[in-house]
Structures are given as C-alpha cells and as structure tokens.
Design a protein around this ligand. Structure first.
Ligand code: SF4
Ligand code: SF4
Length: 165
C-alpha cells in the first residue's frame, strides 16, 4: 500500500515539471489528423463547374438518411455540372450525420468530401440543415479536369440492340 502511494506521488511530481499540454481553444486551434472527417464540402472541377451530377448515390449510401438531393436537368447553354443533371437542391441534416464518410465513398465524381472544419454548433434545429450554398466551395477553388466519361454524356445514344425472339 505504501509502495503504491509513493508510486502515485512520484508520478504527480514527475508531471509537475513537464510543459502543460492545455490548448487555449478557440485562440489556438490544434491541427486535426489528415483523415479527420468534419463538415462536408461540395467540390468543383478546375474550370469552376460543380462536380455533383445529382445522382443521389450519396443519399442512398447514407445510413442515417441525412442527405436530400433533388436533381434537375442541366441547361446545355449554361450547364452547372458536366453531366446531364446537377443537384438543384442539396441538403445535409447535421443533426443526423454521424460523420461515417459513406457519402464520400459512394460519390462517383468526388463531389462530396468531409473536410477538417469541426466548428458546427447551432442554436436551433433548422440551423442544422446545411444547404447547397453552405456546402459548395467558391468557383475559384475547383480542382481536377472533367473525366472523359462525363464529357460524353450528351452524345447521341446508341440504338438498342435488336434481339431475335
Ligand atoms: S458522413 Fe455518413 S451519416 Fe453523414 S451524411 Fe455522409 S453518409 Fe450520411
Ligand atoms: S455528391 Fe456525388 S453521390 Fe451525391 S448526388 Fe452529387 S455526384 Fe451523386
């Protein structure tokens, strides 16, 4: 018993002379790990077009039904995204989100990405709905070229194969 007491006191004394590890948040923000999953961002291609093609795969993959996607047809003269469709509405209910990253994994165009922003407090339930305007990055922050498969979406469809019955 005395041995345990001495051991405990020795630990206390040892830590008394070490530099404190307290971080004075919010003045000092500790960098998060590279694979940390924080607030989502909707990304763009390097030419400023939205990466989201409104396919709703993220919504289907979400285990907590937190994502609402309402797709619409692109105007060929002024398309929002390189695909035939884009997300006219894109919302994430942050009260439901468990930051699992399944939406990110399911997205075929790397449009939805969980980034490092973790300051997500709000005072009422309605504020927990993050809209497309809140998620979409500015046009000058796009990256990556449009993949050829998306460039070809407006091609004339091949006629269906004739099947002998
Ligand atoms: S991180 Fe997970 S829970 Fe949150 S929106 Fe994406 S799939 Fe849904
Ligand atoms: S974020 Fe990705 S998976 Fe979700 S609708 Fe847009 S393109 Fe599809």
């Amino acid at each position: 018993m005395i041995g345990d007491l001495v051991k405990g006191l020795a630990t206390t004394v040892r830590y008394m002379f070490r530099k404190p590890v307290t971080i004075e948040y919010p003045e000092v923000k500790r960098p998060v790990r590279e694979r940390f999953r924080g607030k989502h961002e909707l990304k763009r291609f390097e030419n400023g077009m939205e990466r989201c093609i409104g396919c709703s795969l993220c919504s289907a993959a979400c285990p907590s039904d937190a994502i609402l996607v309402v797709p619409a047809e692109n105007n060929p003269q002024q398309p929002n995204s390189p695909g035939e469709r884009y997300a006219a509405t894109y919302e994430i209910n942050m009260l439901r989100c468990i930051f699992c990253g399944y939406c990110e994994d399911a997205c075929p165009t790397n449009a939805i990405v969980l980034e490092h922003q973790y300051e997500l407090s709000y005072y009422d339930r309605r504020a927990s709905i993050y809209t497309k305007d809140m998620l979409l990055v500015p046009p000058d922050q796009g990256h990556g070229a449009i993949p050829p498969v998306l460039e070809q979406v407006n091609r004339t469809p091949s006629p269906p194969a004739q099947i002998e019955l």
